[in-house]
Design a protein around this ligand. Structure first.
Ligand code: SAM
Length: 216
């Protein structure tokens, strides 16, 4: 199977057209991730097909929900998921990548340099601490986060970064409902309102859910 064509076709089904430049950039990112992962543990998914489906395609699911030129923060981005994939495909966004682990942030800085990306800021900090720094609270159009924490805690780490009228997208697996119920109070207290829950099936029958919360 030609994985580039696979990614293009499946990306299109998710509403995203990938041009040649984006594919070249994603392939360079994948190669660098695999190489770096041999010395620093960044991801347990190391085969090409896994990276393309479980990382790249999964990350593409948020793109239809990102407005042109949006200021986006990815909380607990790890090796750049979903933020960096979004930025490669949508260079119009301005992106802040935040992670508590320095070794991951160093990797992100190196990838951003390798791919010559403009408008990417990499920050080594915990979300709850960075919120206290000037210029972060209520400053972003969109916060995104995948595989970082349960909804109650995650809402407290992500929603305060979002401007009124902006959104927070939590990327979750199939068993999100219990988490969402447990987080409902925290979300409401932070001015959040669940505006959409979108279920997506990735190749291999992988069920993913985007929980989209608007800050009112
Ligand atoms: N989002 C990436 C993904 O989907 O592959 C990484 C997920 S990894 C399981 C969770 C990441 O969240 C780790 O890189 C960890 O350092 C980061 N993290 C956990 N708690 C955090 C916090 N309070 N603030 C910032 N980053 C945090």
């Amino acid at each position: 199977m030609d994985l580039k064509i696979f990614l293009q076709n499946e990306g299109q089904k998710l509403g995203t057209v990938l041009d040649e430049h984006a594919l070249v950039q994603l392939w360079a990112y994948k190669a660098f991730l695999k190489e770096y992962n041999q010395k620093v543990n960044l991801t347990a998914i190391t085969d090409d097909e896994g990276i393309v489906t479980k990382h790249f395609l999964d990350c593409l699911t948020i793109l239809p929900h990102i407005k042109q030129g949006a200021k986006v923060i990815d909380i607990g981005t790890g090796p750049g998921f979903p933020g960096l994939v979004a930025k490669i495909v949508r260079p119009d966004i301005s992106l802040t990548l935040l992670d508590a682990r320095g070794k991951k942030v160093k990797f992100l800085e190196e990838v951003a340099k390798l791919l010559d990306l403009d408008g990417v800021t990499c920050i080594h900090d915990r979300a709850e601490d960075r919120l206290k720094a000037a210029g972060y609270a209520k400053s972003f159009d969109l916060a995104v986060s995948r595989a970082v924490a349960a909804m109650d805690k995650l809402a407290g780490w992500c929603l305060p970064f979002v401007k009124n009228g902006g959104s927070f997208i939590a990327m979750k697996g199939p068993n999100f409902q219990e988490e969402l119920d447990a987080g409902a109070k925290a979300i409401a207290k932070l001015g959040g309102k669940i505006s959409q829950i979108s279920e997506i099936t990735l190749p291999g029958d992988i069920t993913r859910n985007l929980i989209i919360i608007t800050k009112t």
